[in-house]
Design a protein around this ligand. Structure first.
Ligand code: ADP
Length: 502
């Protein structure tokens, strides 16, 4: 295989569509990005215009190939990674969506989810899908569209409608309406896919009143699904890798062995641990999900998400204005030796895994007359680390094994103070790779494995390069004392508001 060829990754995120060209060594050759509209029809509702998603993705794809200067015939394959759970239903004949896409953040089906819980369906759904009942997942969004869009049920009965998460929608459009597929990672976020039997679950489809005729065929994460139609990209370029964004980042971080884990520090923090070829059922409020299916082998993962991670730094900047830039947080925090007894629980939108408290709110404890903005900045940075530690401890509780190393990525990992404190609190090494675009890289790797561009997972794993490793330096007793104080603080933040606000 020529080393002058490239893989094109499409990274379709919640706020922007990106296209990135990677070379054979995994280095980035070209990046293009375009933001698109967020639509908020009502409090708690979030939609995207599926056509705009497609058009923005197509635009960056074509610009990336043109501006990358690699030449069309040098693109070996395309990989797709995408915002997960976001739901599109379109008409198979016209190719037109019947409604805006319902985004993963959308809470409109929360009360229907409550009714499923009241009907004692939580165990059944966790057993089959690995998920907790929640409005995040696609299943109840599909039901809402079928129930609320005029004529949708009739058209579905006639076999005229197609459902897809964003990966399906992109593949459909890239292939000129020829291919209707998804991959196992995206299917595992729908709440209607049985992650053990690896098929759409008839009982759950009946429960949610979803006709099987609208569903895409579920494929592995690395195989040729189809070719890009010639009017989009000349040269029969295969689409050969698909994974949801967090799974793709886990793959891009090459967490391919059991027990390896990654944490992405962006707006929120997203943790995933590879649990191998068996589903690990969480007893600590985490999700079980499919990590990927490659060469006929399915890997599973435990997942936990923290709602407010880097966003707490944004709040220091935009909310109380003690920073000009997020990157100034480290220098500000370094002006003091330690947190001065300040604990900041950034439950600004409630608490995610493993606490799951929609009623918690942000809380700063321990303020004295000696407290200054540096202490607040330090406590904010440390709060990100405690929350990640809580999820890691839940993962260790579920697997019964200590984590050997946490691989990290996302915008906030530029902060060395944060990563050092993370290692200190976790009592585990924290490893920052040279390439931080792990989400897109994962999709590129999946695509290139399918076409033989890369020969094996081992070959790819050898490309993972370390930028900096942070080892625990703090004494154990001190780290434990900090964690004990954090636990006391989080207890104060929980159950603060009386009613869930959407
Ligand atoms: P997303 O993909 O969720 O938009 P990014 O991966 O781009 O997020 O990371 C941006 C987040 O990282 C912001 O919330 C920002 O406050 C935070 N951030 C950026 N730089 C730093 C830094 N040096 N220290 C701490 N947080 C940072």
């Amino acid at each position: 295989m020529s080393t002058t060829q490239y893989i094109l990754a499409l990274d379709q995120g919640t706020t922007s569509s990106r296209a990135i060209i990677f070379d054979h060594s995994g280095a980035i050759k070209q990046v293009n990005q375009k933001e698109f509209k967020q639509i908020y029809p009502k409090p708690g509702w979030v939609e995207h215009d599926a056509n705009e998603i497609w058009e923005s993705q197509l635009e960056v794809l074509q610009a990336c190939v043109k501006e990358g200067g690699t030449g069309l015939d040098s693109i070996n394959a395309i990989g797709i990674t995408n915002q997960r759970e976001t739901t599109v239903i379109w008409n198979r004949e016209t190719g037109k969506p019947i409604h805006n896409a319902i985004v993963w953040q959308d809470r409109r089906t929360a009360s229907y989810c409550d009714s499923l819980k009241a009907a004692d369906k939580a165990d059944l759904i966790q057993d089959k899908t690995g998920l907790v009942i929640d409005a995040y997942f696609s299943g109840t969004k599909i039901k809402w569209l079928l129930d609320n869009v005029d004529g949708a049920r009739g058209l579905a009965k006639e076999g005229k409608l197609a459902f897809g998460t964003i990966d399906s929608w992109l593949v459909w459009n890239l292939t000129g309406g020829q291919v209707h597929v998804t991959d196992v990672t995206n299917a595992s976020r729908t709440m209607i896919y049985n992650i053990k039997e690896l098929k759409w679950d008839t009982e759950l489809l009946e429960l949610l009143d979803i006709p099987a005729s609208i569903l895409p065929e579920v494929k592995s994460s690395s195989e040729v699904y189809g070719k890009v139609s010639a009017d989009i990209l000349e040269g029969d370029v295969p689409i050969s890798g698909i994974a949801g964004d967090q799974q793709s980042a886990l793959f891009g971080q090459m967490c391919t062995k059991v027990g390896m884990a990654k944490s992405t520090y962006g707006t929120g923090c997203f943790l995933m641990m590879n649990t191998g070829t068996e589903v690990v059922k969480s007893t600590n409020n985490l999700l079980s999900t499919i990590a990927w299916q490659v060469n006929g082998e399915t890997h599973y993962a435990l997942e936990g998400s923290v709602f407010v991670g880097g966003a707490v730094i944004q709040w220091l900047r935009d909310g109380i204005g003690i920073l000009d830039n997020a990157s100034d947080s480290e220098a500000l925090a370094k002006e003091v030796e330690d947190n001065g007894g300040i604990y900041f629980v950034p439950a600004l939108t409630g608490l995610g895994a493993p606490h799951w408290d929609a009623y918690a709110r942000g809380t700063i404890l321990g303020i004295t007359r000696g407290t200054n903005r540096s202490h607040i900045a330090r406590a904010a940075i440390e709060s990100i680390c405690y929350q990640v530690n809580d999820v890691v401890k839940a993962m260790e509780g579920d697997t019964g094994k200590p984590l050997a190393e946490l691989r990290v990525d996302g915008g906030a990992v530029a902060n060395n103070l944060l990563l050092q404190f993370q290692a200190d609190i976790l009592r585990t090494s924290v490893a920052r790779p040279t390439i931080l675009e792990t989400t897109a890289l994962g999709a590129a790797y999946l695509a290139g494995l399918a076409t033989g561009f890369w020969g094996s997972m081992d070959e790819i794993a050898s490309q993972w390069g370390l930028d900096k490793k942070f080892e625990p330096e703090m004494e154990n007793v001190k780290a434990e004392a900090y964690t004990t104080e954090w636990n006391r603080a989080i207890g104060r933040a929980k159950s603060w508001i009386q009613e869930e606000q959407t």
